[in-house]
Design a protein around this ligand. Structure first.
Ligand SMILES: Cc1cc2nc3c(=O)[nH]c(=O)nc-3n(C[C@H](O)[C@H](O)[C@H](O)COP(=O)(O)O)c2cc1C
Ligand SMILES: Nc1ncnc2c1ncn2[C@@H]1O[C@H](COP(=O)(O)OP(=O)(O)OP(=O)(O)O)[C@@H](O)[C@H]1O
Length: 279
């Protein structure tokens, strides 16, 4: 379905909203969105700390338009002031969807019961969504990624974890000594644990099977790098392009090798593992 962008949506057409931070747009967030009406919208409260789906990447994961509010601009509002602001912004609002732990207003003092009392409309409170008895929250997904547990992170996200960055020039060593890699400059996204991963890499909207490395290249120049090697492809033009990497599974952690030949052998083994995964 076509994704709406809040820029082109008339706020007066919105009749229902879901409220929260929504970093990750994970499976519990999606449960909230299922309760929105056709003319629904998402109110994303920006803390500045979103690292799973930074602000400019979030719309990709929903058909509902997202409207952003900066936490600093609203955090001193009393409960009724916050609701009045929303009613002023969305004149035809008649339904609000939030999760069981939603808090709002000054000092986060107002809870879902207060919302029901203050808002003269329907309030839907979604009970805590769990996966295999484990609560689904962005903070746990960040922990899974930082531990290299990509499969668990992906199952909680309901999609593959994806980062985005601009191509940068590397050491020029890979092609000569090991295998060719695309080096990326990644700023806004949380990076999974250092190591080697089975991934796919998206260039010009085409998704390629790949193997990616993140971490300090302690076996060569020691610098931190995010690099991806596209399988079975040699001459892809990537200069200055925006590149995306989707993480599927960790192969191993980052290691320091004493010689280039040992590193090369290990890289070839990593590639073999990735090839087998895909075929
Ligand atoms: C699949 C793969 C695994 C890698 N594993 C390691 C590693 O364990 N330790 C390390 O120091 N560098 C590792 N690297 C990074 C290489 O050191 C890096 O590709 C090489 O230094 C060339 O860098 P360049 O692309 O900037 O020229 C790996 C690279 C790839 C593609
Ligand atoms: N597991 C869940 N079950 C039901 N509702 C949830 C769940 N997680 C979040 N929500 C609701 O989704 C909205 C967005 O919440 P929020 O951005 O805090 O997500 P979160 O995953 O809990 O993030 P964090 O882990 O960083 O606190 C809120 O209304 C919240 O109550």
């Amino acid at each position: 379905m076509k994704k709406s962008s809040s820029t082109f949506v008339d706020k007066n057409s919105i009749n229902s909203i879901a409220i929260g931070g929504f970093d990750g747009m994970h499976i519990a967030h999606q449960e909230l969105f299922k309760n929105l009406c056709k003319n629904g919208a998402i109110i994303s409260i920006e803390t500045g700390y979103a690292s799973l789906t930074p602000k400019s990447y979030r719309q990709e994961y929903t058909k509902y338009p997202i409207f952003y509010y900066d936490l600093n601009d609203i955090k001193s509002l009393e409960g009724f002031e916050f609701i009045t602001m929303l009613k002023n912004d969305f004149k035809n609002l008649n339904k609000i969807v939030v999760g069981f732990d939603f808090c709002f207003g000054k000092n986060r003092a107002y809870k879902t019961d207060d919302l029901k009392k203050i808002f003269e409309g329907e309030v839907v409170v979604i009970p805590e969504i769990k996966l295999n008895d484990f609560p689904v929250h962005s903070r746990y997904i960040r922990d899974f990624l930082l531990n290299g547990d990509i499969e668990k992170a992906n199952s909680f996200l309901g999609k593959e974890y994806k980062i985005s960055g601009k191509h940068i020039v590397g050491q020029g060593l890979g092609k000569k000594e090991f295998v060719a890699t695309i080096n990326l400059n990644v700023n806004e996204f949380l990076l999974p644990q250092s190591g080697v991963y089975i991934t796919t890499t998206i260039v010009d909207n085409i998704e390629y099977n790949s193997v990616s490395f993140l971490g300090h290249r302690s076996s060569t120049d020691g610098n931190f790098a995010v690099e991806t090697h596209i399988l079975n492809q040699n001459n892809l033009s990537v200069k200055d392009k925006n590149i995306e990497i989707k993480f599927l599974k960790q192969i191993r952690e980052n290691r320091k090798f004493d010689s280039f030949i040992e590193l090369k052998n290990e890289i070839l083994k990593d590639i073999d593992i990735a090839q087998k995964y895909f075929y």
